[in-house]
Design a protein around this ligand. Structure first.
Ligand code: IPE
Ligand code: IPE
Ligand code: MG
Length: 225
């Protein structure tokens, strides 16, 4: 069966650039263009949700110039592509501590969500200023503030950033690193993991298809037999 929700840890932009003697930011620019392509391919494959890890809560440790470049790139590219996104029926959403981003970025994110909220071909979710531990802590604090004193798994889910989004069936990480780096910790409890050495800007439709075909061969047991 095809995955309904695919998460992607888009890694390797910096190494892609370094290999070519280019500045790291050029890798990010190419990586961002690839992200747009991947949403298009995912829609073609009939995937209903795709979550792209764009900026982690730990990525603030990077040089200020790189961080600033990443956010300006995001806004610039989304502005350029918004019409195309709308035409393609893509619903854009964000997950992460969005309200702690510079207000120009946060407002723009909310505007994109509002403008695309009736689209239903695919949901493209950008994880921005996202940390899995942070999401769990935020959920807990929000609930406690509302006077909640008892949780179970289903009740707890309602306090996460996007409770209506099903858990990812498949998580892909590029660049050869075999770790999760704080991505969707709660949601990936039973996700299938797929790692490839391909650097994110080099990721092709064929690579994507290979990951999906690999997923389709797996037997998911969820603890059963
Ligand atoms: C992933 O590429 C993009 C972000 C984390 C924003 P990296 O920038 O981590 O690229 P490498 O890992 O240094 O090659
Ligand atoms: C994970 O990549 C975060 C994103 C892809 C946005 P990193 O490059 O930040 O992860 P580590 O530091 O190698 O674990
Ligand atoms: Mg990296």
């Amino acid at each position: 069966m095809k995955p309904i929700h695919v998460g992607i840890i888009m890694d390797g932009n910096g190494r892609w650039a370094q290999k070519r003697g280019l500045p790291r930011v050029e890798g990010h620019r190419r990586g961002a263009l690839k992200a747009e392509k991947v949403v298009e391919w995912a829609a073609e494959f009939g995937i209903k949700y795709i979550t792209l890890y764009a900026f982690s809560t730990e990525n603030w440790k990077r040089p200020k110039e790189e961080v600033e470049y990443l956010f300006s790139l995001l806004v610039k590219l989304l502005r350029q592509k918004l019409r195309k996104i709308l035409e393609r029926g893509v619903r854009l959403r964000f997950t992460g501590a969005i309200d702690e981003l510079p207000s120009s970025v946060a407002d723009f994110c909310r505007e994109c969500e509002e403008k695309t909220k009736h689209n239903n071909v695919i949901q493209a979710i950008l994880a921005l200023n996202y940390g899995g531990r942070r999401e769990i802590i935020d959920a807990f604090n929000k609930a406690v503030k509302q006077g909640v004193t008892h949780f179970n798994e289903e009740l707890f889910r309602d306090w996460l950033y996007l409770p209506d989004v099903p858990d990812p069936d498949l998580v892909i990480r590029t660049s050869g690193e075999m770790r999760i780096s704080n991505f969707l910790l709660w949601q990936i409890a039973y996700s299938e993991l797929y790692f490839t050495k391909v650097l994110w800007p080099d990721f092709t439709k064929q690579d994507f298809l290979k990951a999906i075909e690999d997923y389709e061969k797996r037997q998911r047991r969820f603890g059963g037999l």
